[in-house]
Structure formats: structure tokens, C-alpha cells
Write a protein that binds this ligand. Structure first.
Ligand code: MOS
Length: 707
């Protein structure tokens, strides 16, 4: 967009407050009479709480109560789909993982609660713990959930017989933490028999449903809001123990209760991306055509929870092949509960597929871009369905052109800048498209302002801005004339703000609501083609303060005839100094096929953020779980690292001009997560090109290139 006003309209509405520190998260607010709860966490991986000595902690001034296992009325296990974990903490004396709550201090002040939490003396009976993912990999089990755990087309044996070149290797990705700017907090209160919960969530209606189920309350007596959310990345996509315990304690005490998860607690109480291991076999004919794909993936899971990292989703659908076999399994361990983390499933899984594709290109003596283009599937090879729209080949072509790929000399180590070796790598990206039923209300007021309301969430992705742009386009008004209210279960219902779904789903609902509003205003005026400037006069004429219309959107049943994904091609340049063999990313380019781009500024910034996260996956983010200690070693951002500016070279983003009317009435599919996929593999492949050393285990560590 060149129009300055339009560009200003694209600015993130929450951006200024969040970057200046003016945003007030729940944990920043004065307690205002609320009781403050702080958890005490177990230092052991498995066993039982033998005793809790709370005498010293109770003497801290302001401490009202120390909640120990078994104190509270039984809640759960929660079978509800909105629950991030089914086991509610403090219900019994069993310890399933290190960092699990074993007590909670309630005090009149936060500092008192924190001090007392450090004084609660807990004794344990330590039990046998399963902590070693690598050693227990053979014990992987199948879980039935939303995605198939196994797929098979054709026969891998036939594919092996039909091909001549193969690669067969194991790939790994590390445990990673979400590391949102705001960890999390919840404030729960009862007003008469109504429960009101403010919490940092990506899904107010999910929290409402889970709380109603857990506490045996009619849903209409539960209201959930997410006033300000400082990043979610999937950790806030479901309901967690602190939200349930706060509500239970608010009911018990009759007082508002706030539970804050300090940064350290967010490492074990709020999900993480589990470590994954993948065995991938690719077989091709001498011309590069794939004849077999076999991808078996496993992920580390908690003892009593079923979160599966479906790492093989991309291998089922990305490339044309007559013989594809995949499976996803989990290994039960005494570890904290993993969960969705930005670009779950394909994010880790495509690391394996796309490094394997690079290895196949090397084995074939073929250009890795050409290999991917000739194998691009025109229909989904596993389901046989056509794609709603898939511009993957264009992504590779445009990307190769912008990156200057033709100037690459294929021999590893052949491109240098003095002693520094330069590597260029490429990878494909794919992210399943999710869409949810959504509704929104558009209101025109006599003051000339438009109000858009929906229970979507501004978690930092630019939702408020994008929804305003959609309404502005329909109504023909300046986006800055539009106010947006979100994240409250009293507003029209929307799905969770996750799965890269919000622009397509809630955006379509806003588009419908705005269209109806415009029609209604024209109807009231008695003439079509009314200029938006005249809307307030129409209201005055009709003696109305405001006019509101609701729009509802849902995926159509017929859409099930199509396979739907976002796609991308990622190109990376690394520089490796042999004196200090750690790759540095000097350039990264992502070209994406995501349907129509609604908010160019927001989409670009989402893609850049995703690519930086991908650099983190490739080089930085490494939550080391020590099997002997039975714990993640890091529980602060000084020991769990995310990429900083110094890790990030030039980042360039392009979107293919595209429209996908099957995916949504807006023509968009979803931008949020695709940017983080493919980057890890592209950097690993670039590192091979620079050094001749094949890394199959991300992140690339200092020791990875020592030989
Ligand atoms: Mo994201 S893992 O869909 O919040």
C-alpha cells in the first residue's frame, strides 16, 4: 500500500503500549483486595508428597492459608477438549513431574506469598521416574486424537523397489519453551453465583467451557475475559491448572484470587514444545521423482496426558508420491505437559522432511530447488483431494529469483569470503489450515465511529488491526474510525486465537457483519450507494443512536472436499568461520502462499517474527532436559535463550499474489505460523553447503560442527 493513511491503519493497535511498557498485564495490576496465590513446585520428577510443614511459612505476615494436596474439593480430571491438561494440580499427593505444584500459598500481598512459598517445607517419597526420552524411544505408544496416528498409501516396499537412490536417517528437534513476553496470570472472583475470570489466554470461550465443566457450573454463570495478552504462541491456547485452582479458591474463600505464574513457573506449568525424533526414508528414481516416503515420528509426552506432536503431517501431503507411510507416537515420561507451540506439528516435523530432501538432492546430484519443484504434489497424495489453492512452485521460483539462487555453486565449501565459508540452503514449508466458526458484531454510532466486537484475542498478532481494516474496507471508512473490542465471553463467540485461523474465520465474520451493517444503513436511508459520511445523518433522521448487525461465519461442509494448507519456500545464507564453527545467519528469505493477504504490514511482521523464531529453532532454542535430574535445566530467560537481534541477519518476506475463496470468503488461508516452518531445515541445509557437515539434530550446537 502506498496510501499513507492506509499504512497507518495497518499499524498494530496494541504495539505502542506493549513496546513502551505502558501495557498493564494482569500481574502488573495492584492486587486491589484480591488474595495472591503463589505455587510451591516439586523438585522431584516422580513420587509422593509425604508431608508438608507450613509452620514457618504461615508465620510470614499476610499469609492466610497454605493449600496442600487434598485440601481442595476434588476437581477433574477434566476431559474437556479445552483443557491443556486433564490432571488438576493439588488434587492428590502424587508427583508426576518436576516443577509440578505441591502447595499454594495464599496471602494478602504478593511478596508475602512469594516469601512464604520459599519457606514451605515439603518432604517426599521419591518414586521411580521415566525421564530419558532417547533411552525410552522404543516404548512409544499410539494415541487417538484429532489427527490420524498412522497413514498409508501404496506400499513403501514397492516404492523402494521402484527407486534407485535413497536416504534413510534420524532427525531430532529439541524441547523448546514459548517464552512469551508476559508469562501468565489469572484473577478469579465470584459475584453472587457468577464466576468472573480475567486471564491471559488465547481462548476465552475455551477457558469458560473448561471452568464450567471442572466446577460443575452452568456455562451462563461463567464469564471470561483476556484484557491484555503479552504473547501466547500456543501456551495460552488451552486452560491450565492455575486458572482452575484460582476459580476453586475464589469459590472457597469468597474473595477474589489472583495467581501469578512467575517466569520460572511458566517453564513447567504452561506447556512447552516437546522434543521430537523422526526416522525418515526417502526413495527416488534417478530423475528425482519420489517413489517412497516413510516418516515415523515420536515426541516426548507427560505421564498422564496425551499431547501428540504430529510431526508427519507435512510428509503426508507436501510431495507427490505413490507410496507414503507415516506414523506419530508419544513416549510417556515424567515431564511437564507439552502443548501446541507456534507452528506445532509441521514446525518440528518439516525439519526432518526438508533436511532429508536436501540429502536426497545431494545423493541424486540434483539442485534442491528443482527436486522440490518436480515433486510438488498437484493433489494431496494421501487423501487424493485437490488443494484449495497451492502456489508452492511459484514460492520456489520467486524465492530462487530473489535470492539469486542461480549463482550458487553446489559443491559444499565452495563459496567463501576469505576464510569464512558461505552456505546457501533451501527448504519447503507447509502448515495445515485451521478455521473455526466465528461471529462478530458491527455497530455504527451517531458519533460516526464503528465498533467491531468479537471474542477473538489480540495476543500480539495484529488481530485488532486486521479486523478494523476488514470492516473499514467494507464500510468505506478510515480504519482509525473503527474501535475494536475483543476477548470477552459476553461478546459474539469466536474460536481460539490460534492455528493461524483468526483472519480467515473471525475476519470473515467481521466482513459479513460489516456488509450487513452497510446494507442496513442504506435501507434506513432508502437509497443504495450512500456515502459513508452520510451514515450519521441517517441515524439522526431515524432517531437512532446506533445500528448494529451480527455476522456469522463457519467453514462449509463442502470445503472438506479440499486439502488446505499454507505453503512456503525458505532460503537461508549462513556464514561459518572455521575458527569458531557456529553458523551465523546473514540472510533469510521466505516466500509464502497463504491465500489473499488482508493486512500487508501485519502479515509481513508475522512472517518476520516466524522466521526469527525459526532461526531460534535452528541455532538457539534448546531446553535441555537432564534425565538424571529429571528436569529442564533452565527456568529463566538467562539460561533458556531466544534469538536476539545479533542472531538475525537480513530477513526478507514475500507473498504470492493469490486468492483462495474456498478457504474463506476473504480469500485468505492463514499467515500466523507458516513463517516459522522450513527455516530450521533451510539453515541446517545451508550449514551443510558451507561446511560439508550434515546436521540432523536441531538446534545446531557449538559441538555440532566439531566433527
Ligand atoms: Mo498457536 S500453537 O496455534 O497459538
Amino acid at each position: 500500500m502506498t496510501n499513507r493513511a492506509a499504512t497507518i491503519g495497518q499499524r498494530r493497535r496494541d504495539g505502542h503500549d506493549k513496546v513502551t511498557g505502558a501495557a498493564r498485564y494482569l500481574a502488573d495490576l495492584p492486587s486491589d483486595g484480591a488474595l495472591e496465590g503463589i505455587f510451591v513446585l516439586a523438585p522431584i520428577a516422580a513420587g509422593r508428597v509425604r508431608s508438608v510443614d507450613a509452620a514457618e511459612a504461615s508465620r510470614v505476615p499476610g499469609v492466610l492459608r497454605i493449600v496442600v494436596p487434598g485440601d481442595l474439593p476434588t476437581v477433574g480430571p477434566i476431559a474437556h477438549w479445552a483443557a491443556g491438561q486433564s490432571v488438576v494440580p493439588l488434587m492428590d499427593d502424587r508427583v508426576h513431574h518436576e516443577g509440578q505444584p505441591v502447595a499454594l500459598v495464599l496471602a494478602s500481598h504478593r511478596l508475602a506469598a512469594e516469601e512464604a512459598a520459599g519457606l514451605v517445607a515439603v518432604r517426599y517419597d521419591i518414586g521411580p521416574a521415566r525421564t530419558d526420552f532417547a533411552a525410552l524411544a522404543e516404548e512409544a505408544i499410539e494415541i487417538k486424537d484429532w489427527a490420524p496416528s498412522n497413514t498409508l498409501v501404496g506400499s513403501v516396499a514397492a516404492g523402494i523397489a521402484a527407486g534407485s537412490i535413497s536416504v534413510d536417517a534420524e532427525y531430532r528437534t529439541a524441547d523448546r519453551h514459548h517464552a512469551a513476553m508476559e508469562p501468565a496470570a489469572v484473577l478469579a472472583r465470584f459475584e453472587a453465583d457468577h464466576l468472573l475470570v480475567d486471564t491471559s489466554t488465547q481462548w476465552v470461550f475455551g477457558v469458560k467451557a473448561a471452568l464450567a465443566a471442572a466446577m460443575n457450573l452452568p456455562a451462563e454463570r461463567v464469564r471470561v475475559r483476556a484484557p491484555v495478552v503479552g504473547g501466547g504462541f500456543g501456551a495460552k491456547g488451552s486452560t491450565w491448572g492455575h486458572e482452575i485452582i484460582a476459580a476453586v479458591l475464589a469459590r472457597e474463600t469468597g474473595r477474589p484470587v489472583r495467581i501469578i505464574l512467575p517466569r520460572g513457573h511458566s517453564f513447567t506449568l504452561h506447556g512447552h514444545q516437546p522434543a521430537t525424533r523422526h526416522r525418515v526414508l526417502l526413495v527416488a528414481a534417478a530423475n528425482g521423482q519420489l517413489t517412497a516416503i516413510r516418516h515415523h515420528g515420536i515426541s516426548a509426552a507427560a505421564m498422564n496426558e496425551d499431547y501428540v506432536e504430529h510431526g508427519t503431517l507435512g510428509s503426508r501431503t507436501m510431495y507427490q508420491c505413490a507410496n507414503i507411510e507415516t506414523s506419530d507416537r508419544i513416549v510417556r515420561l515424567n515431564r511437564p505437559q507439552p502443548t501446541f507451540m507456534r507452528a506445532p506439528h509441521e514446525g518440528p516435523g518439516m525439519v526432518a522432511l526438508e533436511i532429508a530432501m536436501d540429502e536426497l538432492a545431494v545423493a541424486l546430484g540434483m539442485d534442491p530447488v528443482a527436486l522440490r519443484i518436480i515433486n510438488n504434489a498437484a493433489v494431496d497424495p494421501t487423501s487424493g483431494k485437490p488443494f484449495s489453492s497451492k502456489e508452492l512452485t511459484r514460492c520456489f521460483e520467486v524465492g530462487a529469483d530473489r535470492f539469486g539462487w542461480a549463482r550458487r555453486s553446489p559443491e559444499p565449501g565452495s563459496m567463501r569470503d576469505g576464510p569464512v565459508r558461505i552456505g546457501w540452503g533451501v527448504a519447503g514449508a507447509l502448515m495445515s489450515t485451521f478455521r473455526f466458526a466465528a461471529s462478530a458484531r458491527a455497530t455504527f454510532g451517531r458519533d460516526g465511529r464503528v465498533l467491531i466486537e468479537s471474542a477473538a484475542h489480540e495476543i500480539g498478532t495484529g488481530v485488532a488491526t486486521t479486523l478494523a481494516l476488514i470492516a473499514a474496507e467494507v464500510l468505506g471508512v478510515d480504519p482509525l474510525q473503527i474501535d475494536v473490542r475483543l476477548a470477552d465471553t459476553d461478546l459474539p463467540e469466536a474460536g481460539g486465537t490460534f492455528g493461524s485461523s483468526t483472519t480467515s474465520s473471525v475476519g470473515s465474520a467481521v466482513q459479513i457483519a460489516s456488509t450487513r451493517l452497510k446494507e442496513r444503513l442504506e435501507q434506513l436511508a432508502g437509497e443504495p450507494g450512500l456515502h459513508p459520511r452520510e451514515y450519521p445523518e441517517v441515524l439522526a433522521l431515524r432517531r437512532l443512536d446506533s445500528v448494529a448487525e451480527v455476522g456469522q461465519w463457519a467453514p462449509k461442509r463442502e470445503d472438506g472436499a479440499f486439502a488446505m494448507n499454507a505453503y512456503g519456500a525458505v532460503f537461508a545464507e549462513v556464514r561459518v568461520d572455521p575458527a569458531r564453527p557456529v553458523p551465523r545467519v546473514s540472510r533469510c528469505l521466505g516466500v509464502y502462499s497463504v491465500g489473499r493477504v488482508i493486512n500487508p504490514t501485519g502479515a509481513r511482521s508475522q512472517a518476520i517474527g516466524g522466521m526469527i523464531w525459526g532461526i531460534g529453532q535452528a541455532l538457539v532454542e534448546d531446553a535441555r532436559f537432564d534425565p538424571a535430574a529429571g528436569r529442564f535445566l533452565a527456568r529463566s530467560l538467562s539460561s533458556y535463550h531466544v534469538p536476539v537481534n545479533a542472531d538475525v541477519g537480513a530477513v526478507q518476506v514475500e507473498f504470492i499474489d493469490e486468492n483462495d475463496p474456498v478457504a474463506s470468503t476473504l480469500g485468505s488461508r492463514g499467515v500466523g505460523e507458516i513463517g516459522t516452518i522450513g527455516v530450521g531445515a533451510a539453515i541446517a541445509n545451508a550449514t551443510f553447503h558451507a561446511t560439508g557437515m550434515r546436521v540432523r539434530d536441531l538446534p545446531i550446537r557449538v559441538e555440532s560442527l566439531l566433527g
